[in-house]
Design a protein around this ligand. Sequence first.
Ligand code: ARG
Length: 463
Amino acid sequence: MTDKTQNAMWGGRFAAGPDAIMEAINASISFDKRLAAQDIAGSRAHAAMLAAQGIVTDNDAEAIREGLLTVLSEIERGTFEYSAALEDIHMNVEARLKEIIGEPAGRLHTGRSRNDQVATDFRLWVRDQADAAIGGLEALQRALLAQAEAGADWVMPGFTHLQTAQPVTWGHHMMAYVEMFGRDIGRFRDARARMNECPLGAAALAGTGFPIDREATAEALGFDRPMANSLDAVSDRDFALEFLSAATISAVHLSRMAEELVIWSSAQFRFVTLSDRFSTGSSIMPQKKNPDAAELIRAKIGRILGATVALFTVMKGLPLAYSKDMQEDKEQVFDAADNYLLALAAMEGMVRDMTANRDALRAAASSGFSTATDLADWLVREAGLPFRDAHHVTGALVALAEGKGCDLPDLSLEEMQDAHGAITSSVFDVLGVDNSVASRTSYGGTAPDQVRAQIARWKERLA
Ligand code: ARG
């Protein structure tokens, strides 16, 4: 006697259906339905190949391929009824195909397994996310470039330890992030190139005796080639780990930039004004304009890194080939990808819309003895002092200015000469912030000419 609750796909070996708890822990349809389009694309490619190889008839393959399009349209229209009893997207799609086209549906699974099927679907999905990440990063770079171009020579304080260090230019600071996001793009590109091999046809783990054509399915799905080892093809999720790792590093960059925007938009700094479109108000304090988007971007790294740690932990210690543990890969990657791409888009919008407050940047650049290093360098260059001695003399002058509550350029020449007799009035030339930044002409330095060269290089790359 067959029990009605038995699984249609493997009921032959079973006398009873699963316990409700078994179904609850086992089913992945609630989340892997996101792989529907990839699953159907993979199945359509597989069916076409089976017919081309004479493994199924052309008529059956045509019925399968058409029926799969019907299933896809039902999913897209939202009329598809997902069933947890059918476990996952692969069996949900196949079962519905059978309802629509009947007997030929049963021939689709020839020469493949859910193991190579899921590995293929997931690669296709992650590949799309890598492309989206690259596109989003380039859009963010463009927004940063526009900011950099507008303020290539605007002076602002550069910080170390969040203490005023040396004046830099706004354009230089913006371009620092363009470089970081450029490396993030490189990581996604590298990961994409490595993941772009096709697991389909690896079957359960050992390959198949059917005369399949793995080159054909790989090509139909836009892969560079089939994966060379069937055990590897169904076992590894390194492509997902690479994607997560790239997203994690990039989320760190986003988080650091978000932190700067939070600080910069505060009343104490006023370096930038965020647009109303990317700010929120307070329900109690009418004056507030909060940088919530920046704060949330700053926080997203938590779940993205969490997903990365989770999947590394799932994968370590799994024997080859497939184990059901690997079903736990999807929710982590889905959540990380969704939140990473959202953070990227939010950052792009914020950067595009924000206004840098040139006067506030300038005022801050001139305070905090930001040109002390320029004074020390002057003593080395013009008075021949060893740098260590110049550092000491300058330190004494900083202490003097601090005690008087003024900045370095406000000290008199006599006060300077008390500290070191070789100082002349030409020292005042280097104490101004514009001269300070203009003097930093080394490759990659903060001089406006260098910044404009960086901008030009990136505009060419992004053209
Ligand atoms: N839902 C499964 C997963 O995500 C599909 C592969 C199932 N394979 C198997 N042998 N049970 O991993």
